[in-house]
Design a protein around this ligand. Structure first.
Ligand SMILES: C[S@@+](CC[C@H](N)C(=O)[O-])C[C@H]1O[C@@H](n2cnc3c(N)ncnc32)[C@H](O)[C@@H]1O
Ligand SMILES: Nc1nc2[nH]cc(C(=O)O)c2c(=O)[nH]1
Ligand code: SF4
Ligand SMILES: [Mg+2]
Length: 193
């Protein structure tokens, strides 16, 4: 759908330069999704692997975030092998609702109520990032934290439209449950892509 070089705004790698590849297509249907224009894969241009990897490599940063849409709706083996061959680090943003493909240096799993994450993605995640829309989401976050590996880092991120109401709840929760960290969508505050 689009490619851009920016700063990773969210989660464990927030603040680090990264080239984003946003793949079209998502069937999860989050009502608060901030990129609904990504959902229909057919309206976006198809690019060759070679041109995508060449564009990614043309920047000083070596980190590539593959996001979407839902990237795991595609077979990500060829893309991630080509990125690794070009010396790039491969990071993914996923809901985990489709089978895991690709070679990953960092997987950020953001599970959704609308289509459950698969156990194989929960086990492989380096980071669990739960979007908090209301107070019932803390118990739901803990259910998923119980299914990830022991080294997986845990983040709570306010849903953007509810940030004024839920951010104070997240702050209180993290103070009481310090295994969790706050994740903000810092790129929105910085007004960058
Ligand atoms: C647009 S999604 C694309 C990748 C994948 N489909 C997913 O949901 O993880 C990228 C990240 O943005 C988060 N996100 C999407 N809409 C949001 C919103 N309104 N507020 C906060 N986070 C949001 C998702 O949970 C995910 O962590
Ligand atoms: N700067 C920036 N950081 C991000 N982290 C995850 C994003 C995404 O949409 O997947 C995103 C995004 O869209 N922009
Ligand atoms: S899974 Fe990700 S891209 Fe799909 S609707 Fe939800 S937030 Fe948007
Ligand atoms: Mg985004």
């Amino acid at each position: 759908m689009e490619q851009f070089y920016t700063i990773q705004g969210e989660g464990a790698n927030a603040g680090r330069a990264a080239y984003f590849i946003r793949l079209g297509g998502c069937d999860v249907g989050c009502h608060w999704c901030d990129v609904k224009e990504s959902w229909d894969a057919d309206v976006h241009p198809r690019l060759s692997l070679e041109s995508l990897v060449a564009e990614a490599s043309a920047h000083p940063g070596r980190n590539v975030v593959v996001t979407g849409g839902e990237p795991l709706m595609h077979d990500l083996g060829p893309l991630t092998r080509a990125l690794h061959a070009a010396g790039m680090q491969t990071w993914m943003e996923t809901s985990g609702a489709h089978p895991l493909t690709g070679e990953w240096d960092w997987i950020c799993l953001s599970p959704k109520k609308f289509k459950a994450p698969l156990p194989e993605v929960l086990r492989a995640a380096h980071e669990l990032k739960v979007v908090v829309f209301n107070k019932s989401d803390f118990a739901w976050a803990e259910e998923h934290a119980a299914q990830v590996g022991p080294d997986c880092r845990l983040f709570l991120q306010p849903e953007w439209g509810k940030a004024a109401q839920v951010t104070p709840l997240i702050i209180d929760y993290v103070k009481q449950h310090p295994q969790w960290q706050v994740s903000l969508q810092t790129h929105k505050y910085l007004d960058i892509p």
